[in-house]
Design a protein around this ligand. Structure first.
Ligand code: MOS
Length: 735
């Protein structure tokens, strides 16, 4: 048998394209010659955070040679906003209602676009557009909403008040997460071209089909009239899960000037032109008995949204399932503010909730005088405590066992300030990570060509996890072809549909669809062979035929067989083609499926300066089957680095007077650099979860960020005795 490629650390199949600059990112399709005659749009953004535009003077701008048009609400055509797929969805239109009225809803809102022959002319002309406002102070703080409260989300089981009253130990604390931005390397960008009533868009997106739907909605045209192309994405972390106003602006401008238009957001514009992880206040009350078993939990959560859309994320999942707690109450309020709409950012909801829950568990462990891991193990449920259904797999105990052995947890003196290294106080903390396994319907197309190579397609995306590579591996194994003979293609709305490339659902959903499709194609070839009198396999049972290295043969008699090429040539078939897919079934309700991790952090805190240095972060994950260990490790390290940023550095700072983002650049918005991440490692438990999905994975892109920030916060407490309940943990807070 040739060895399957799934499970092996194959290097990225698109790596060479990327390092040689041949991979075309959204803003590069003109330079790569894909689209010609492109002109440039530069967006002018509002300098007040709420109010009305009272005048726009474009005379100097339009007087510049090379300026084609300046578009604002004063001259933009009214956009029809036809309901998406027949379903009215106010959220879809609202976000993309560009230049439709004089209202300013947030600081940095697009108020005009200047279109010119060159980027430089457009930039200069944009600086000459004078906008007058009647501005007011925006509401940018959770304590003073911009409008009426949104309907809260509620959950309840048991009798919380009684249980809290009877609890042996009670703890009530509020944890706060500040706003964070994704800051992908690649800026968001769109090139739009109209040919009559048909629109083609090259976009940075994690889901071409959503962008297609959004544009069809905004322009009131059929989805079939829109094509969205996005072969490469230079990082996104959720920021490209929705189309943002610049996408509609590029398309609107292209229609107005009758030329293809490119709009690239500046780094500064990314802070208001795309979403962000919302400010969240998480008040958590826990009750426990004398043996450390949780008896009650009250989760009171408030998170920001915009005044024009009600964004929510999965903040309530962990509070229901992570620990056996008979009595639970949750309330989640989204607070409308004069900000642009937040959006999913890596581990959305889960990373925030885990920060509160896992810090509170650490506090409770100290209150009870119990080891923090022991406390968690005592609350390990044997069924999902929220739904009562069994877990498909839950190997958290094993994660703890492997992790604590690796980091030497049992040798740790639990007392705060008990370890030091010169001026540095040393602390170790632990936290649990969980992320629910999401699955959604996906389809794929596979074609085997006469030369013995295959092409497999799905309209998914690869923002960095290595989807091109992992799907190639799945396809190669199912087709019985070596990796170089298989090409996986994605990022085009004309391809078979996929769910969003987010929520850690791509491998489960698209991977299962690719496997099904390629299984069908292989079986089709086998059927052709056994029915073909000219084939050495004629008359054999299809079940006895396997394909290896592009050659079909009898399992028990490898000599008897022929290659795909021979089979197709003799049958005069230019290719064989199959369509397949994956639809989640009842297992989604019948089992509780999550990825898990135990995350350990060691920090050093300078006693006099309050500096926090990461010494080590180590995660042990139960994520089901690992299709490519090299990519999985890369995902883990990336997620953990994101968690370090969340814990210690990342904070989008808003000026309350006008809603301006004061650190809208990569010099002032801090993210970890290499020196901040000396020793970051992860391992995955061997195994798979065939209940979760046909391919056996549980998703790993999100879970790897989830427990990192609380593990670090707990380590800071262990080092210093200081409990910081506000992220990021800054020097100021520790002084
Ligand atoms: Mo992500 S927030 O799963 O793109």
């Amino acid at each position: 048998m040739t060895r399957p490629t799934a499970g092996t650390p194959l290097s990225r199949v698109d790596g060479r394209l990327k390092v040689t600059g041949q991979a075309a990112y959204a803003a590069e399709h003109d330079a790569h010659g894909t689209v010609r005659g492109v002109v440039h749009g530069v967006i002018v953004t509002s300098t007040v955070g709420r109010g009305r535009i009272t005048g726009i003077d474009t005379r100097d701008a339009v007087a510049q040679r090379g300026v084609l048009k300046v578009i604002s609400h004063l001259n933009a055509p009214k956009l029809p906003y036809r309901p998406f797929r027949g379903v009215p969805d106010p959220a879809r239109g609202e976000r993309l209602r560009v230049f439709q009225d004089d209202r300013v809803r947030f600081f940095g809102q697009p108020v005009a676009v200047v279109v010119a022959e060159s980027l430089e002319i457009a930039q200069h002309a944009a600086s000459l557009v004078k906008v007058a406002y009647d501005g007011e102070r925006p509401a940018t703080d959770l304590s003073s909403p911009a409008g009426e409260a949104n309907q809260p989300e509620n959950y309840q089981r048991g009798n919380v008040d009684q249980a809290l009253e009877r609890a042996h130990t009670r703890l009530a604390q509020t944890y706060r997460l500040n706003r964070e931005h994704h800051n992908p390397m690649e800026p968001h960008a769109t090139i739009a071209r109209w040919e009559g009533d048909r629109l083609t868009v090259w976009d940075k997106t994690q889901i071409v089909l959503n962008t297609r739907g959004d544009l069809a909605t905004v322009f009131g045209i059929p989805e079939g009239a829109v094509r969205v192309i996005s072969p490469f994405v230079g990082g996104a972390f959720g920021s490209a899960l929705r189309a943002w106003p610049h996408v509609a602006i590029a398309a609107l401008a292209a229609r107005e000037v009758r030329r293809p238009v490119k709009v690239v957001l500046t780094r500064k514009q990314l802070y208001t032109g795309t979403g962000f992880r919302p400010v969240t206040e998480y008040k958590l009350t826990l009750g426990a008995d004398e043996r450390g078993r949780l008896t009650a939990a009250v989760h009171d959560i408030r998170a920001e949204t915009s005044a024009y859309e009600d964004y929510r994320e999965a903040l309530m999942v962990q509070g229901q399932m992570v620990y056996a707690t008979p009595n639970v109450r949750q309330t989640y309020r989204s607070i409308p503010l004069d900000v642009n709409t937040p959006t999913w950012m890596r581990g959305p909801g889960a990373a925030t909730a885990a920060y509160a829950i896992e810090c509170a568990m650490d506090e409770l462990a100290y209150d009870l005088g119990m080891d923090p891991i022991e406390l968690r193990l005592r609350n390990e449920p044997d069924r999902d405590p929220g739904t009562g259904v069994p877990f498909s797999t839950r190997r958290l105990r094993e994660c703890f066992r492997v992790g604590s052995r690796t980091v030497g947890w049992d040798d740790r003196d639990p007392r705060p300030r008990s370890a030091r290294d010169g001026n540095w106080l040393i602390g170790t903390g632990v936290a649990v990570a969980t992320y629910h396994t999401q699955r959604a319907p996906a389809q794929a197309l596979a074609r085997l060509d006469a030369d013995g190579t295959a092409i497999v397609q799905c309209a998914t995306s690869d923002m960095g996890p290595g989807t091109y590579t992992s799907m190639t591996q799945v396809a190669a194994d199912a087709l019985g072809l070596p990796v170089p003979k298989v090409r996986f293609q994605l990022g085009d709305s004309t391809m078979p549909p996929s769910p969003p490339h987010g929520g850690s659902m791509t491998m489960a959903s698209v991977g299962s669809a690719v496997q099904d499709t390629c299984d069908k194609l292989r079986r089709q070839a086998i059927r052709l062979a056994v029915a073909d009198p000219g084939s050495p396999l004629h008359g054999a049972s299809a079940d006895d035929v396997v394909v290896q290295n592009g050659r079909l043969h009898l399992r028990d008699d490898p000599e008897r067989g022929e290659t795909y090429r021979e089979l197709l040539a003799r049958n005069n078939r230019p290719h064989l083609e199959a369509r397949g897919g994956y639809t989640p079934g009842q297992e989604v309700e019948r089992f509780s499926t999550h990825a898990y991790g135990a995350v350990f952090a060691q920090v050093a805190v300078d006693e006099r300066l309050g500096l926090v240095r990461i010494r080590r972060v180590f995660g042990v994950y139960d994520a089901g089957r690992i299709i490519n260990p090299k990519l999985a490790e890369s995902q883990a390290i990336g997620g953990m680095v994101g968690g370090i940023g969340m814990a210690l550095l990342e904070h989008t700072v808003t000026d309350p007077r006008d809603g301006r983002i004061v650190n809208a650049n990569m010099a002032d918005y801090l993210v970890p650099v290499n020196a901040d991440v000396p020793d970051v490692n992860a391992i995955y438990l061997n195994g798979d979860d065939r209940t979760a999905d046909p391919i056996g994975v549980k998703g790993l892109g999100e879970v790897v960020i989830v427990g990192v920030a609380p593990a670090i916060a707990n380590a800071v407490f262990h080092a210093t005795g200081r409990r910081i309940r506000d992220l990021p943990i800054t020097i100021e807070a520790l002084l």
